[in-house]
Structure formats: C-alpha cells, structure tokens
Design a binder for this molecule. Structure first.
Ligand code: MRU
Length: 350
C-alpha cells in the first residue's frame, strides 16, 4: 500500500491534506508557491523531511511563475521566495537543508543555462522527493536489525510516509521489519496537542494491517512499568552535532521514562536532519505554535476562554537518553560527536 504524500504533476505541487485525515483522504493541488507556504504553516503537510520536499517543490513552482527582465531580477525573485520558505517552520532542519540545496542548483543553472533555471529547479525538486523515498528505504534496512520478533514498540507523533516523501523514518523501520515477517506490535501515542499519532500514525498502520494500539500520551509510563513496551522508535526534526535530538513535544518525557525502565530509545532520521553547525540541543530554535492547538481539540473548545497557554511544538532529548540514531548510511551510537560526523561526511549534497 503506497501512500503518496507529495508529488509534482503538470507544473503543480500536489499533497495529501493531512489536516483532513483520517476522516477524509483528499489532495490539495498548489498552483502558486504561496499556497505551498500556507500548507506548510497550517500543517496540511508536516514532518521535517516532507516539509523539505514541499519547500524544494514550492521554490521551483515559484520560479516557474516569474518572468524577469534581467538576471538581477531573477536572483532577487529567487532569494525572496527562499526567504519566505525559511520563515515557515524554524525547527525542521530538512527545510533549511532543502533550501540550501535549491540555492546551490540555482547558482549552477544560472552559470550554465540561465534560460533553463526554472526547469533545472523543477528537476532538482523532483530529485529531492525521489531521493527521500530511497533514503527512507535504506534507513529501514539498517534499522530492521534492531527489531526482533515479539517486540512491542512505542512511537510518538507521525514519522511515517506522511512525514516524508514516502515510507517514513521511524515508521519506515517498523514497516520494513513488518514486511520482512517480524511479528511486532506498535503502541501509538496520540500526541497532543494536534494528534498526529492518533490521526496519522494510527491511519498509516491500519492501512497496512500492522498490529497497533492507540494510547494517550500520559499512559506511556504506566505501560512501560507494566512491561508492555520494550522499544521506542521516534523521528527527529533536528539533530545537533552532539546527538541531542529535537522532536515532537513529549519525546523528552518518553526518553526519561525509558531510561528509568531500561527500555532502548531509537531515533530514525536522514542525514539531512543533522545540523553539524550547532554543537548541542540548547541552540536548537523551538517553534511555538498557536494557543488554539491547546485550548481546542479538532475545533472543540476544551479550556476556558482567556486561559494563558504555552505551546512549544518540539522538545530536545539530550544525547545520553538515546540508544542509537538510525540513518540511511548506518547506525550511530555514542559518542555521537564522532559517529554522526563520520556518517554526515558521506553526504554529497549540502
Ligand atoms: O509538527 P510536526 O507534525 O511537523 O512534527 C513532526 C515530528 O515531530 C516528527 O517526529 C519529525 O518531523 C520526524 S518525521 C520523519
């Protein structure tokens, strides 16, 4: 069963509307780059790798629709579009990685075929999308060695096909193990405030008949104590050079609980999520989102009018809570400073 998260079709960007899931399976067709920006901001498309792909395609879409009269105008238009994408979701490292990659391609195309710049960007964006699927499959092949028959795996948020161009990171590992015939069961954290676990991960797992049970976030500790969970796998939005991991709010609490109960915590993420320019998690910028995500559930008010709200979308898990980081190039273990550097150096693109 293939879930098509995002694709390029007839000079438009098409994406599954993740706000409509699981009730409705419908696709949004973006004809203007501003629509892609809006879709990233309102979480129609979300998950760090998928955001990166959307930005790459959005930049290409924007450049297809500018008709400059000079090279200067072309450059100004390009950088203005990139700048707008960079202001959408600050924590998602893949967003900035994808923008850098498009900038590099833009400079190359401008130097060789200035008349073909937009076409070159379209081709690059499609490559970013296709490569992401291939990367996730490789991650799954590495990660499956960590999964055994009988495992009860907890996952948080959605790090599946929907959070990427396809297959997924944390769910990609689970999916690969399942496809190889491993008898596993997944506990899905609902993931408040906006329920990516309940709405998206549960939907993905059910679509493929992977045995799964939904729990609310505050149940995880009790299940660990009961011995019902023996592994945790999550994705990442940004990984610092020392292996500190920013991921969906609630990941840190799981990590602390996991240590208390002696349960391994694995993070699955592409190398493009690793930010070698920052030393540790304290430097990661954490997105804060609208209060309405906390005071309402799917449009229904659950809190009194006027209550002050704090809504950080992500938290940072210090590296010493993380058993291993699964990437497309292999599995990194502590000391992460060295192991991540070794793997990261294998990236050819920025
Ligand atoms: O706010 P979201 O839904 O974009 O947050 C997504 C996550 O936190 C995922 O775990 C992360 O991006 C990894 S997805 C492969």
């Amino acid at each position: 069963m293939t879930i098509r998260t995002i694709f390029w079709e007839d000079n438009t960007v098409v994406m599954i509307d993740q706000n409509a899931l699981p009730q409705g399976e419908r696709y949004l067709r973006c004809r203007r780059y501003e629509e892609v920006i809006a879709a990233i901001k309102d979480l129609t498309i979300r998950g760090a790798p998928a955001i990166g792909v959307a930005a790459a395609m959005g930049i290409a879409l924007g450049m297809l629709n500018v008709f400059p009269s000079s090279e200067e105008e072309l450059k100004t238009a390009f950088h203005k579009i990139c700048e707008q994408f960079s202001r959408t979701r600050p924590t998602a490292r893949n967003l900035f990685w994808a923008i850098e990659r498009m900038k590099k391609r833009f400079a190359e195309a401008l130097a060789t075929r200035p008349d073909m710049v937009a076409q070159a960007l379209v081709e690059e964006a499609i490559r970013v999308c296709e490569e992401d699927i291939a990367i996730n499959k490789r991650m799954g092949m590495h990660g499956k060695s960590l999964i055994q028959d009988g495992d009860n795996i907890l996952t948080h948020c959605n790090a599946g096909a929907l959070a990427t161009a396809g297959c997924g990171t944390a769910l990609g590992v689970i999916r690969t193990a399942w496809e190889e015939g491993k008898k596993i069961h997944v506990y899905v954290d609902e993931t408040r405030p906006i329920l990516q676990g309940a709405r998206l991960t549960a939907w993905e797992l059910m679509k493929e008949n992977i045995p799964a049970t939904l729990i609310t976030d505050n149940m995880a500790g009790f299940l660990m104590k009961q011995g019902k969970i023996n592994k945790i796998i999550v994705g990442a939005d940004r990984i610092a050079a020392n292996g500190d991991v920013a991921n969906k709010i609630g990941t840190y609490s799981l990590a602390v609980l996991a240590k208390e109960h002696g349960i391994p915590l694995y993070v699955a993420a592409p190398l493009s999520t690793i930010d070698m320019s920052i030393k540790g998690g304290d430097e990661i910028s954490i997105e804060e989102r609208d209060a309405g995500e906390v005071t309402t559930i799917r449009g229904v008010k659950v809190a009194p009018e006027g209550i002050p709200v704090y809504n950080p979308a992500f938290d940072v898990t210090p590296n010493h809570y993380i058993t291993a980081i699964i990437t497309e190039a292999g599995i990194a273990v502590s000391p992460y400073q060295e192991s991540l550097r070794r793997l990261h150096d294998q990236i050819t693109a920025p």
